[in-house]
Design a protein around this ligand. Structure first.
Ligand code: LIP
Length: 273
C-alpha cells in the first residue's frame, strides 16, 4: 500500500472534494445554453467552453494549496511539477449529456501518489451527489458508506457500458455487445464512465466494462468502486487501462472477463477466427 498516511489521504481528499464541488457548481450554473466549442477525436467527441474553464479553475484551486504538484487533465493535458502528488482531473465526464441538458455528468478528481490513486472525489451536481474514497478507507456517497452488489450469475447481471467516439471502434463494440446482451439481464449506457463506476459502487448495477477510457475517466471512480468491494481491472490481471476496464464483484468480474477476452473487447477489430 501507498506510503501516505491516513491523515495525508484525508487532506488530499478534502482538497479533491472542495475543487470538485466548486467545479460542479460552476458547470451546473452554466449548463443551460452551452454550445460546442471544439471537437477532438471525431465530430461527436465535443468540448464545451465549460470543460476548459472548469478544468482551469480546478487546476488553480489545487495549485493554490499545493503549488508544484503535477496535474493530468482531460482538456489541458499533462502539466509537470516537482510535487509528490499527481492530480488526475476530468472537469466534465459525460460531456454529451452535459451538452444535451441531461443530468448524468460528473466532475472527477483523483490524487495519485507513486502511481497509486490514494484519494478520489466524484461530484454529480445534477443529482446533488458526492462520491468519495481514500485508499483503505471505504467508499461513500454523501458521507454514507456504499457497497457494491454481491456477485450474481452473469445471466442475472445488470451491466453498464459505454462506447467510443470513432466509428471503427463502435462497430467492434456493437459486435461484442451482440454476444454479451443475450447472456446478461440487461445493458445500461449512461454516458459518463465516472458515474457508471460510482453507481456500481452503490449497487445500482452489477458490472461495468468499457474500452477506450483514459485515466481521467476512471481515476477517482475506480478507487470508489474498489473501496466499495468491487474488483476493478483490465484483461489477464492488468490494472484498468485504455484497452479495457472491467468492474464487478470478484466472482462476476471473472465471469465477465472470460466472456469478453475472446471477443476482442480490448481491440477495434473483430477477433480472428
Ligand atoms: C466519456 C465517457 C463515456 C464514454 C465516452 C467518453 P467524456 O467521457 O465517460 O462514458 O463512453 O467514450 O470517454 O468525453 O464525456 O469526458
Amino acid at each position: 500500500m501507498s506510503t501516505t498516511s491516513a491523515q495525508d489521504r484525508a487532506g488530499l481528499l478534502a482538497l479533491a472534494v472542495e475543487a470538485a464541488q466548486e467545479g460542479g457548481r460552476v458547470a451546473a450554473e452554466g449548463q443551460s445554453g452551452i454550445g460546442v466549442l471544439d471537437t477532438k477525436s471525431s465530430p461527436t467527441d465535443v468540448v464545451t467552453e465549460m470543460d476548459r474553464s472548469v478544468e482551469e479553475l480546478i487546476r488553480k484551486r489545487i495549485h493554490a494549496v499545493r503549488p508544484g504538484d503535477p496535474v493530468l487533465g482531460e482538456e489541458g493535458g499533462d502539466e509537470a511539477g516537482e510535487g509528490a502528488v499527481r492530480w488526475i482531473v476530468d472537469p466534465i465526464d459525460g460531456t454529451v449529456n452535459y451538452l444535451y441538458g441531461r443530468g448524468e455528468w460528473a466532475v472527477s478528481i483523483a490524487a495519485e501518489v507513486g502511481g497509486e490513486v490514494v484519494a478520489g472525489a466524484v461530484a454529480v451536481p445534477a443529482r446533488g451527489d458526492l462520491y468519495t474514497a481514500v485508499l483503505g478507507g471505504g467508499a461513500f456517497c454523501n458521507g454514507e458508506p456504499v457497497r457494491a452488489a454481491a456477485a450474481v450469475p452473469l445471466e442475472l447481471a445488470l451491466v453498464a457500458t459505454g462506447f467510443g467516439y470513432g466509428s471503427q471502434r463502435r462497430a467492434q463494440q456493437a459486435e461484442v455487445l451482440r454476444t454479451v446482451l443475450p447472456r446478461i439481464r440487461d445493458i445500461r449506457r449512461g454516458g459518463s464512465a465516472a458515474v457508471d463506476l460510482c453507481e456500481l459502487a452503490q449497487g445500482r448495477s452489477n458490472a461495468y466494462y468499457e474500452r477506450g477510457l483514459n485515466p481521467w475517466d476512471w481515476g477517482a471512480a475506480a478507487l470508489i468502486a474498489q473501496e466499495a468491494g468491487a474488483r476493478v481491472g483490465g484483461l489477464h490481471g492488468a490494472p484498468p487501462n485504455p484497452d479495457l476496464i472491467i468492474a464487478a464483484a470478484p466472482e462476476l468480474f471473472a465471469e465477465l472477463h472470460d466472456l469478453l477476452a475472446p471477443l476482442g473487447a480490448d481491440t477495434d477489430a473483430p477477433a480472428a477466427g
